[in-house]
Design a protein. Structure first.
Length: 265
């Protein structure tokens, strides 16, 4: 047989290779965003589970403490932030840090009974409480008559009783406050409110997932994903409750009513 008639192996032409590469590039452009969305959805679900379990931990703490919420800073009895008060009912350090909390925190300081220089244990979640930028109707900034205690489930007088929260299913008790100094041994940065700059900054808690919203924990123990705007809608009797005379005339930073952030519903 004449060797000139033997079939020679044929490789891909340059055009065929370019077509294959183009197809792969198109598929990658389509699939990579899908993979990223799926990954973010998984993290959102894990975060929701964290918030749910911490909310239930607070409820168990309440049952052992005269049906009262912990105070976020842990004042009066001892300087012990609320996450350290509640953790014995959870016993899982990993739950306190959201899977999307990527803030670096350095080393632990000496606050709240921890030794300086230890490896940082980050904390993402805070209790809903506000430093009042104004006096309440009684003129108090602190104590049970302060605006912060009137609005929040947590309070420096020992925490609200569950019976003092008329609508536990629509009253926020937990929201995220991820930042570089919110860590296990800090006795501060343990409170958060809808108008806090850290809550609303880029990388803050208000829009942790796809820049749209975040997961909140409620007094009754359930957790839910919501946009910030949804949390500020009037609840219960709030729609017909007149704005207090002392309330700041600032509808952007201090809207009235304060929706799910205010237990007076």
């Amino acid at each position: 047989m004449n060797s000139s008639f033997a079939r020679k192996p044929k490789g891909f032409t340059l055009i065929e290779l370019l077509v294959v590469i183009a197809i792969i590039a198109i598929l990658a452009a389509i699939l990579f965003p899908v993979f990223a969305q799926a990954k973010m959805a998984a993290k959102k679900t894990a975060d929701l589970s964290n918030v749910k379990q911490i909310s239930l931990g607070i409820n168990m703490y309440n049952s052992d403490n005269d049906d009262t919420e912990p105070f976020c800073w842990g004042w009066w009895s001892e300087w012990k932030p609320w996450h350290q008060q509640v953790d014995p009912y959870i016993k899982n350090m990993q739950l306190w840090k959201s899977p999307v909390d990527n803030w670096g925190r350095g080393t632990e300081n000496s606050d709240a009974g921890c030794l300086p220089g230890q490896q940082t244990r980050g904390v993402t979640y805070s209790m809903a409480f506000t430093w009042p930028a104004f006096g309440s109707s009684t003129g108090d900034w602190w104590g049970p008559n302060s605006e912060g205690c009137q609005m929040s489930a947590t309070c420096d007088s020992g925490g609200s009783s569950a019976t003092a929260v008329p609508q536990p299913a629509s009253t926020i008790v937990i929201a995220p406050r991820p930042n570089w100094y919110h860590q296990w041994c800090e006795g501060w940065a343990t409170e958060v409110f809808f108008n806090y700059p850290e809550f609303n900054m880029k990388g803050g808690g208000a829009t942790m997932f796809n820049n749209l919203g975040t997961n909140y924990g409620f007094v009754d123990g359930h957790a839910k994903y919501l946009s910030k705007d949804a949390t500020l809608k009037a609840q219960g009797s709030q729609a017909s409750t007149p704005k207090p005379s002392y309330w700041p005339n600032d509808p952007v930073n201090w809207p009235w009513p304060a929706g799910m952030w205010d237990k007076r519903q």
